[in-house]
Design a protein around this ligand. Sequence first.
Ligand code: FES
Length: 406
Amino acid sequence: MTRTIEQILGKRAIAAVRKPLETAGGLPGAAYTGQEFFDLEQTTLFPRTWMGVGFESDIPKPGDAMPIMVGKLPVILVRNKAGEIKAFHNVCRHRASMVVMEPQKGLNFLTCPYHAWAWDLDGGLKAMPYFDGTKNSRNTDLDKCKLGLAPVRCAVWHHWIFVNLDGKAPPIEQHMKPFADLIKGADIGATRISKRLDWEFDANWKFQNDNWETYHHAWVHGGIFNKMSEDLDMKTGEPWTESLQDGSFVTLKARKGRPARPNTGRKGDVATPLPEIPQAPCAERTLSTSILFPNVTITMMDNYIATVISDPIAPDRTVARLAFYFVGGAAKSKKYAAGRKQVLDRWLGKSRSSTGRDGIRSQDFGIWEAQQIARQSPVADDVVFSPVWESNIHHFQNQVLDTMQG
Ligand code: FES
């Protein structure tokens, strides 16, 4: 029998997370290590949210399709003839094979590999050859209109593809509004994909969100953020970033006066600085790094965007789907190669390796993997939050509970 979240985590542990930040405890280890909790997320967390599932550049042309997993459910993303991105359950309506097994390009139909039933790119059934013994199956009484691929609610917001499996989440515009308000009209549409890669790490997907503080920078990100004074105003004891929460959104927003960070392809770093993302007239630029609950992070700097979609594949295994965007021709042209390299070195390390521990991402993976191991200890059920740095983490862990108990 499926146990509830209260039965898995215990009422005392849940009550601890629900306390005010200053006295709260964190989610216990079972939320990170247990198969039972991971299974419960499949039914009570992921389907109720706008899950980030891909980048529109993954299927750039009509007829491009790719299979994905949303939690444990197989889904097809496809760009139809009109150029719109659609999502369907990747389940054949005959006898339930997966229809799309690997990324495809230039399709006219989605054809099941088992008995060749075929659907157009909007999910309408077009062929069920020899089902009734005739080539076009004209003699069957089955109603083809009822055998379309089952749609999944899908939305594209700029570069990012989201699905909402239960169809009940608020409209995507509402989901994205806090982020849209934060960036104050910065023209994301002016940016182009430059680098796209998938890296895996041996830890639970929630550690990415638990990392949305700058307290760890000076220790985890050696060689990138070197001194505490880069993240803390040593005069006031306040971090240089504000932690903000608004519904399904948390962010770290740079405060005025924050020390400039080198090696980001800016003026003075490289001979040809990266062009800035156009800003709305008179709007002050906001540098920020945000999470759209549950699994999309968007870091918005003045001259690039770095994003990660976390794909939870097991309690202790996650795929980080990474994408980097620069303005217009700066995404690909030789002229801006030095600036791009500085940004990518910073995030991916010069090694460009998920285990290299020389870039922000792989350094984070290392600490999340250490947490994954430590979280198996009963001692790890008792954790506390810094009121100065970790309000985002407290908010996120309450979002998890809100969603799963909702
Ligand atoms: S299972 Fe797909 S056509 Fe038979």
